[in-house]
Design a protein around this ligand. Structure first.
Ligand code: NAD
Length: 349
């Protein structure tokens, strides 16, 4: 079968990871990436054999001035692809949609876009089937992806009456030197609930959830404190087993040295993952605590990486290539994704 021809639009934090993930799929071909600025990232992409496309003619001239070859513009790319992964900055994706429509190209948008940009908001293990055949899909944000993965797993086994999540959000990605805060904790937004609850409900429509968000001076991960009122009684061990057996969730223990987000990133680097990425949402197994039917736990999310597998699965769903379980298994193999406590221990042994 011919490979799906994929273009990546926007080659920043997320776009670079999406391009790398596409290159690892044996049923997809990366036609090229759209890059706005002729910087070191563009030069590295060329050195890796990735074709660059400029946003427009003016952009193309800027690349040529720097001696970087471009294969054309975004419009040229659209004539050569079946689907675009749009990882441009918030709001640009919605503008690009008009272009995708006029060229008959399917597109996957990211969480910075409004839900209305697409036919549906997507997390593979929650609603893969609904995305089959869709023209436009929106992969939800990093925080929302993790909340959906974990809460969907818990809801399926024990039922959720109500969930409350307090999000400590990284202030900036590592290269964003002009963002802060450097020395403050910022309620962001101050109003409660934060928009994350509504975003979770774009995927898990009936979930009763309230979210509150704080921005904290760190760059490498988000951390969530989560409380869930279960419909049925469950022990912490039963919840741990459920989470450990669910896709793209890792259950780790502080007794093995996972004492902070820094240790999780250190672990991903030791695994030899490209860019030190952690695609799994990570749950501290020893934080799982139950009082009556109320469950408490901590979860960490590598914001730069977690949505990469979802984008790959979204492509297979939209093009009706395989079912959800087959796509997720294929994606997970290609990216070396670990699932569950037992697999983690097996890998560490
Ligand atoms: P980014 O700023 O790192 O990357 C965006 C890139 O697009 C930049 O390199 C920019 O130069 C380029 N660009 C600007 N205008 C463009 C245009 N017209 N066409 C093509 N490229 C253009 O942003 P990001 O963090 O990668 O975010 C991309 C999307 O992913 C956003 O919707 C964001 O909300 C979402 N997202 C980000 C994160 C994260 O933690 N960074 C996590 C999940 C989802």
């Amino acid at each position: 079968m011919a490979r799906v021809r994929v273009g990546v639009v926007g080659y920043g934090t997320i776009g670079r990871r999406l391009a790398s993930a596409v290159l690892r799929q044996d049923d997809m071909a990366l036609v090229g990436v759209v890059k706005e600025t002729p910087d070191y990232r563009a030069r590295l992409a060329l050195q890796r054999g990735i074709r660059l496309y400029a946003v427009n003619e003016e952009g193309a001239r800027a690349f040529e001035k720097r001696g970087m070859a471009v294969a054309g513009t975004l419009e040229d790319l659209l004539g050569q692809v079946d689907v675009c992964l749009d990882a441009s900055p918030e709001g640009i994706g919605a503008e690009n949609r008009r272009l995708y429509e006029s060229k008959g190209v399917r597109a996957v948008f990211q969480g910075g876009e409004e839900p209305e940009v697409a036919d549906l908001s997507f997390v593979a293990q929650c609603n893969y089937e609904r995305a089959r055949g869709a023209r436009f899909v929106r992969v939800v944000s990093c925080n929302t992806t993790a909340l959906c993965r974990a809460l969907h797993a818990i809801d399926g086994a024990f039922g959720i009456e109500r969930a409350v999540a307090v999000l400590a959000r990284r202030a900036a990605d590592p290269h964003e030197t002009s963002k802060g805060p450097i020395d403050a904790i910022v309620p962001d937004p101050v109003s409660i609930p934060s928009h994350h609850a509504q975003d979770v409900r774009t995927v898990l429509q009936n979930l009763n959830i309230v979210t509150m968000a704080l921005k904290v001076p760190t760059t490498h991960m988000h951390a969530h404190s989560i409380m869930v009122d279960l419909k049925r009684e469950a022990s912490a061990q039963q919840v741990a087993e459920r989470l450990a057996s669910s896709p793209r969730l890792l259950v780790v223990s502080s007794s093995e040295g996972f004492k902070s987000t820094a240790h999780l990133i250190d672990y991903a680097r030791e695994l030899g993952r490209e860019r030190g990425d952690l695609y799994e949402a990570v749950i501290w197994g020893d934080s799982l605590h139950v009082e009556g039917r109320r469950l408490f736990f901590f979860m960490a999310i590598h914001q730069e990486a977690i949505v990469a597998p979802e984008n790959i699965d979204a492509i297979r769903a939209m093009l009706n290539l395989v079912d959800g379980a087959a796509s997720m298994a294929k994606t997970d193999r290609s990216l070396g994704i670990l699932s569950g406590q037992l697999k983690l221990e097996a890998r560490a042994a």
